[in-house]
Design a protein around this ligand. Structure first.
Ligand SMILES: *Cc1c(COP(=O)(O)O)cnc(C)c1O
Length: 849
């Protein structure tokens, strides 16, 4: 293995990564060798690179455990209000680098590995991503965990330990193929199974009336086995817990078969029950409506709520331990945040626990439930809103359906009280939809069952008040809030872009890592030629590194001097990768028409996964690859334009791509992207944005000033106006010959001579069925791209704008987002105090909870 001396040297300089102390380095070497020997059972003659990765991961994890145990002891002792973040997705990515950074041991580990003759960057690449998410929603949950730990909050992530995460994407003949993500194949050194905390979850059965109220009986039980992963805060000795549930068959599963004597069949069928946590559903912004998914959602909620109630009851005051029975205190001690409606069954489940099990009166239980729960909406797209068939709930969760009906009954009484005789409003606001088969609208359930409802960017929060949830806003305006999303600056700058991190720390110190607002101090050097040169140099190095990676991994050669124009996110019609394609083809046609015209060389990179069942998204991937094939092999084009599809976009790839970006594509139809967080990552890393006034782009533009961003296209109001008057794509197609040519080329198979009909359906969408108005924004987009190309010619101007981007990204730290959730929803304040380190004395020696 070769040692990249420059990287080791560079990483050494950074003091935020901790200073390498001889004692620490020797200790790490010893621990590493001990793990190689005792944990991996290998010596250096037979150890593989993966063995070294695991030895290193265990070594770094060892540094966490005392802090982890102590943090949990501290929470048990102090009994602060706990925050529970419930999510069907946690898109964590890799843990090794992040853990070393947050613990401040990166330099010691670097030095230790160097002395052992090992290449740490090579080992880091062997870690599987924890790909337990689809895109923005899952990554948000991961950023929030980092911020909550860094802000010293007693917070817990709760979700599912999917055996298979988001599929691996392979591009074969230009098409996406999915491979199962068997991420646990080699074991997961970061998790700890906790079989002693296993809990039962019930399904099916029926409801009976008893003298003590309703009882859910004759159920099938499946156990939920918790796996805990540590969530280290940045430099504060706090380690929180992400608890993920795995489905486990009970010993007596299929007893009927045992009695029938079919022992083998009974054992084989245990797998069926365990399918609940087998695989992440790969839909982004789409409701699939599958029964197994409903079971996953309930499985997570039921196990989590038992855990929450158990921990609530096991309060400890001073030296006195007791069981808490006063559930009025629940909202003072527990906040439950629902990441979209996916965990919304937590609401009827909490009601079932309080009413059926704890014996509380309905009204009291309802007040407690509403005060405890809060709901975050992530989308206004109708196809993404969860609406479970009543029949399915009746079968799987009969008691919960009854509870939902009762909630609805009381809710509609309130509606009628406020708007007597307004039957249409009652129909619109019902939790039960009647049209096309009865369904439960889970967003309506979530709003009614929560004390706070929030959107994820200002514009999105306004849209849910004025449109999607207008009736509910009119009924309870005090519930509706905004919490603009953010990203963690630890992973998305300090860790992924050490060059830029150093440069920033040299100028303004290291406080920005936990107070990202301080980046605004960089504004004073926006015009400073020395600082500009330094920022450009870092960007150039990052681009070179990405170019080398692409050449090594995919054999594609790109020009590192070209503009890196990057569009990475899930493939979805509303995100308009197809609009980017129209631009690429336009550039191609212009080069062909006028080969001698001067132009800004571009490398356009598009990446992202399509949901396996999303036909149009998969076709868009194929079009990008077919266009790339023509453009990249046309000698007349040469270095002026290259098109790359970035295979298997995921967290660890994002960390390599984003620091190398010049231009960030954020071009969704105004009103469709709730916030976006990819946009923020690019801004933080000094890319300029070309984007619409959608989601958080609006606030980004406001923070940096319109002169530092390429904003184009229709506003939300203009889109609404266009919908009212009726959109006719042919108006735009016929009015613009350049656009007409591009659409015709897609239509008539210009990029697939062997199959001229290949993209007819895409052209048909553009001209006849386009819900996202691509042609209406085409002209403005092309003009804005020209402007970006022109500015790029003036490198000093470009880097000045880039510095303004970085300097104004402070708002988009997820620390700021979490502080707002804490103050305005949870009633929890951040703490910047450090817990004592493991070697420091502590007053408390109490059992873990
Ligand atoms: C941040 C992130 C996303 C979200 O990107 P958007 O552009 O906001 O849709 C999706 N996938 C990965 C891997 C990410 O890191």
């Amino acid at each position: 293995m070769s040692i990249p001396q420059s990287d080791v040297e560079r990483r050494k300089q950074i003091s935020v990564r901790g200073i390498a102390q001889v004692g620490d380095v020797n200790e790490i070497k010893k621990t590493f060798n001990r793990h190689l020997h005792y944990t991996l059972v290998k010596d250096r003659n037979v150890a593989t690179a993966r063995d070294y990765y695991f030895a290193l991961a265990h070594t770094v994890k060892d540094h966490l455990v005392s802090r982890w145990i102590r943090t949990q002891q501290y929470y048990y002792e102090k009994d602060p209000k706990r925050v529970y973040y419930l999510s069907l997705e946690f898109y964590m990515g890799r843990s090794l680098s992040n853990t070393m950074i947050n613990l401040g041991i990166q330099n010691s580990v670097d030095e230790a590995l160097y002395q052992l003759g090992l290449d740490i960057e090579e080992l880091e690449e062997l870690e599987e991503d924890a790909g337990l998410g689809n895109g923005g929603l899952g990554r948000l949950a991961a950023c929030f965990l980092d911020s909550m730990a860094t802000l010293g909050m007693a917070a817990y992530g709760y979700g599912i330990r999917y055996e298979y995460g988001i599929f691996a994407q392979k591009i074969i003949n230009g098409e996406q193929q999915e491979e199962p993500d068997d991420w646990l194949r080699f074991g997961n050194p970061w998790e700890k199974a906790r079989p002693e905390y296993m809990l039962p979850v019930n399904f099916y059965g029926n409801v009976v009336d008893t003298p003590n109220g309703k009882k859910w009986v004759n159920t099938q039980v499946i156990f939920a086995l918790p796996y805990d992963s540590p969530i280290p805060g940045y430099n504060n000795n706090v380690v929180n817990t992400l608890r993920l549930w795995s489905a486990k068959s009970p010993i007596d599963f299929n007893l009927k078969f045992f009695n029938d004597g079919d022992y083998i069949q009974a054992v084989l069928d245990r797998n069926l029950a365990e399918n609940i946590s087998r695989v992440l559903y790969p839909n982004d912004n789409n409701f699939g409506g599958k029964e197994l998914r409903l079971k996953q959602e309930y499985f997570m909620c039921a196990a989590t709520l038992q855990d929450i109630i158990r921990r609530f009851k096991a309060a400890k005051f001073g030296t006195r331990e007791y069981t808490r029975t006063d559930f009025d205190l629940l909202p003072d001690k527990v906040a439950i945040q629902l990441n979209d409606t996916h965990p919304s069954l937590a609401i009827p489940e909490l009601m079932r626990i309080l009413v059926d099990i704890e014996g509380l009166p309905w009204n009291k239980a309802w007040n407690i439930t509403v005060k405890t729960c809060a709901y975050t909406n992530h989308t206004v797209l109708p196809e993404a809103l969860e609406r479970w068939p009543v029949e399915m709930l009746q079968n799987i969760l009969p008691r919960h359906l009854e509870i939902i009906y009762q909630i609805n009954h009381l809710h509609l009484e309130e509606v009628l009280k406020k708007w007597p005789g307004d039957l249409d409003r009652m129909r619109r606001m019902s939790l039960i939809e009647e049209e096309g088969g009865k369904r439960v609208n889970m967003a309506h359930l979530s709003i009614v069952g929560s004390h706070a409802v929030n959107g994820v960017a200002r514009i999105h929060s306004e849209i849910i008040k004025s449109d999607l949830f207008k009736d509910f806003y009119e009924m309870t305006p005090e519930k509706f809030q905004n919490k603009t999303n953010g990203i963690t600056p630890r992973r998305w700058l300090l860790m992924c872009n050490p060059g830029l991190s150093d440069l920033i720390s040299d100028k303004i110190g290291e406080d920005w890592v936990v107070h990202l607002d301080q980046l605004s101090k960089l504004t004073q050097w926006a015009k400073d030629p020395n600082f500009q040169r330094a920022v450009m140099k870092v960007k150039q190095e990052n681009k070179l590194k990405l170019a080398q990676l692409l050449e090594k991994e995919y054999g594609v050669k790109i020009n590192p001097g070209s503009m890196f124009d990057i569009h990475v996110k899930r493939i979805h019609e509303y995100k308009r990768q197809l609009l980017n394609c129209l631009h690429i083809i336009t550039l191609y046609n212009r080069i062909k028409r006028n080969p001698s015209a001067k132009c800004t060389p571009r490398t356009v990179m598009i990446g992202g996964k399509a949901a396996p069942g999303y036909y149009t998204a998969k076709k868009i991937i194929k079009l990008i690859n077919c266009v790339a094939n023509v453009v990249n092999n046309d000698p007349m084009v040469g270095d002026k334009l290259k098109v790359i599809f970035l295979e298997n976009y995921r967290v660890s790839l994002a960390e390599k791509i984003i620091p190398a970006a010049d231009l960030s594509e954020q071009i969704s139809t105004a009103g469709t992207e709730a916030s976006g967080t990819g946009n923020m990552k690019f801004q933080l890393n000094g890319a300029l944005t070309i984007g619409t006034l959608d989601g958080a782009n609006v606030e980004m533009a406001e923070e940096m000033g319109r002169e530092n961003i390429f904003i184009f296209g229709m506003t939300v109001e203009e889109v609404e106006e266009l919908k009212r008057k009726g959109y006719n794509a042919y108006d735009y197609y016929n009015a613009n010959p350049e656009l007409k040519l591009v659409v015709d080329q897609i239509q008539n198979g210009f990029f697939t001579p062997n199959n001229p009909d290949e993209f007819k359906d895409l052209a048909d969408i553009l001209l006849k069925y386009d819900r996202f108005f691509l042609l209406a924004d085409y002209d403005a987009y092309i003009k804005k791209q020209e402007e970006a190309s022109n500015v790029y010619q003036d490198q000093a101007k470009w880097v000045e704008m880039a510095i303004h981007n970085i300097a104004s990204s402070g708002k988009f730290s997820s620390d700021r987002t979490i502080i707002e959730y804490g103050r305005e929803i949870w009633g929890v304040e951040p703490s910047y105090e450090k817990l004592p380190a493991p070697h420091e004395p502590r007053e408390l020696t109490l059992k873990e909870n």
